[in-house]
Design a protein around this ligand. Structure first.
Ligand SMILES: *[C@@H]1O[C@H](CO)[C@@H](O)[C@H](O)[C@H]1NC(C)=O
Length: 352
């Protein structure tokens, strides 16, 4: 199929709108401060129908219904829910949450977005983790993922003393937290599984580096937060993971339906079948060196072909030629973005 340059340029804004996502390389740290996460405040992002800002919990770790409740770290009632702990899906994939700062973005672009991290250093090198952004931090640098791990250090703010009776500067060091798995034994039951995850699946890794790409959120992550971005389905489905969030079929906002108070029942309960993990070709790295090459069709993100709904009358059918277009560098950032689209049957609308 042939498409003229003119036709492609005419279509470009549509593709940029539905399918521009952040990717690049970055760093990780860890924290657990028990405070209301910033993405829990209403109005930060455009939400999908039926979704809500990140769920918070009261001092007893029970879901709060008032999204305007102020943080327990500033005298209010809202705390971070224990189910924002990480868990293992299988040996090579984990799910969790993070405070993030993505170069070139803001909370409007990253709150409740999901990122597939591939660890690139330390004992977990090569493993993947998908995190949903629930928070940010004034102390975060660009492309930093501050993983939410119980016992990871309270950082600037500390709600853990008030909520759980933790030591006055949190468990372990204020930054970095505990330094030995045995400390997890003294944690509240609701936080033990997440604390132990650091020494199990995460192999005690100490701030490993990552490559990352934005993906559509797995439903298992949004089930805990209730938060789904209106544009979430415009991001590619993660290559490594099971069902993505669907806000038409399943009512994600029904927080009470998921067993919130027991992340300790954790991985097995939430993700019963390692068989849902189907190894697939690695997605093409969207780094500068790869930006000029078109990805093979086998690595084409599934969500691209299934999200024509916002096209305003231009219906792009799946499966034909693949076009990769670097985003104009006016977006400045170090996080190079790449747009991948699949086009077919355009000739019906665009005779060439
Ligand atoms: C939260 O506060 C905002 C701004 O004051 C308000 O518009 C909204 O109705 C409040 N939401 C609830 C559930 O009280």
């Amino acid at each position: 199929m042939q498409l003229s340059t003119k036709a492609l340029l005419a279509l470009l804004p549509y593709f940029l709108h539905v399918n521009a996502q952040a990717s690049g390389s970055g760093t990780t740290t860890r924290y657990w401060d028990c405070c209301k996460p910033s993405c829990a405040w209403p109005g930060k992002v455009n939400l999908a129908a039926g979704a809500n800002a990140v769920q918070t919990c009261d001092i007893k770790d029970q879901p709060l219904s008032n999204p305007n409740a102020s943080s327990g770290c500033t005298g209010g009632d809202a705390y971070q829910c224990s189910n924002e702990s990480p868990w293992a899906v299988n040996d090579n994939l984990a799910y969790g949450y993070a405070a993030v700062n993505i170069v070139g973005g803001s909370e409007a672009s990253w709150c409740c977005a999901c990122y597939e991290l591939t660890f690139t250093s330390g004992p977990v090198s090569g493993k993947k983790m998908i995190v949903q952004a629930t928070n940010t931090g004034s102390d975060l640098a660009g492309n930093q993922f501050d993983l939410s791990i119980p016992g990871g250090g309270v950082g600037i703010f500390n709600g853990c003393t008030q909520e759980w009776g933790a030591p006055s500067s949190g468990w372990g060091a204020q930054y970095g937290g505990i330094s030995d798995q045995s400390a997890c034994d003294g944690f509240p039951e609701a936080l033990k599984a997440g604390c132990n995850w650091r020494y199990g699946w995460f192999m005690g890794a100490d701030n490993p580096t990552v490559s990352f790409t934005q993906v559509a959120c797995p439903a298992a992550l949004t089930a805990n937060t209730g938060c789904i971005r209106a544009d979430d389905s415009g991001a590619p489905a993660p290559a490594s993971a099971s069902p993505v969030a669907s806000y038409s079929a399943s009512p994600v906002a029904s927080y009470s339906a998921s067993p919130v108070a027991s992340p300790s029942s954790s991985s097995a309960a939430k993700e019963p079948a390692p068989t849902t993990y189907s190894p697939q070709p690695e997605p093409v790295a969207t780094t500068s060196s790869a930006a000029a090459q078109a990805p093979s069709s086998s690595s084409l993100p599934a969500a691209v072909t299934s999200a024509p709904s916002a096209s305003g009358g231009i219906f792009l059918q799946p499966q034909a030629s693949t076009i990769t277009t670097p985003v104009p560098s006016s977006t400045t950032s170090a996080a190079l973005e790449v747009v991948t689209v699949t086009i077919d049957a355009c000739e019906a609308q665009y005779p060439l």
